[in-house]
Design a protein around this ligand. Sequence first.
Ligand SMILES: CCCCCCCCCCCCCCCC(=O)SCCNC(=O)CCNC(=O)[C@H](O)C(C)(C)COP(=O)(O)OP(=O)(O)OC[C@H]1O[C@@H](n2cnc3c(N)ncnc32)[C@H](O)[C@@H]1OP(=O)(O)O
Length: 177
Amino acid sequence: MIEALRLLQARMTGAGPPPETVTETAETLEKLAAALEPFTVPEAAQIVGHRTDLPGRGQAMAPPVHIEEWDEEHVLGHVTFSRFYLGGNGAVHGGAIPLAFDEVMGRLANTGRPRARTAYLHVNYRKITPVGSRLRVEARFEREEGRKRILAGALVDGETVVADAEGLFVTLKPGQP
Ligand SMILES: CCCCCCCCCCCCCCCC(=O)SCCNC(=O)CCNC(=O)[C@H](O)C(C)(C)COP(=O)(O)OP(=O)(O)OC[C@H]1O[C@@H](n2cnc3c(N)ncnc32)[C@H](O)[C@@H]1OP(=O)(O)O
């Protein structure tokens, strides 16, 4: 279902259909939304965001990061930003790149340690990130200072770092959501 939605997002972004196809598509989508409505569940029971085995944890908003290696010190994976993530002129939207970093760095920060949330994510856009290219995405645990965990990340196209990031993740205190 999520893969089909991702395909739809990419095709819709790249399409310039005639008005009758736009109307027909809108009607079909409204029917699908209505069919799912009776199955609305509380957050804890939803599938989306809870499937760590799926790219982007099954969250269609998150770029589909495929995890290849994952332990307490590093995460390695790959991601291809579809047309859905286009910012302009062939480049990925600047807001989509932190989504990928938060996904891999958040996963790493929360592996083998108590729960933490992103306090900041500092992203450097070094080069244009191309839509449609398979990119390597990496994260590594740098250091821990009390409740603070500092992580580093990089997005690499071939041999070229197109973006890198530093993230601060803070261990939650009891009662913090
Ligand atoms: C088998 C295992 C499976 C695991 C599988 C997991 C898979 C799962 C994948 C999940 C992948 C998605 C992961 C997404 C992760 C999010 O994106 S979380 C959503 C985005 N983040 C948020 O909503 C956080 C909102 N902010 C907050 O809740 C609070 O500000 C925080 C971050 C909890 C910190 O608040 P606080 O507890 O009051 O902390 P506070 O005492 O003020 O500060 C503690 C220290 O941090 C420093 N600090 C705090 N904020 C900042 C800042 N922005 N800048 C600099 N320093 C700061 C303070 O200066 C202080 O430093 P020290 O004085 O100790 O040196």
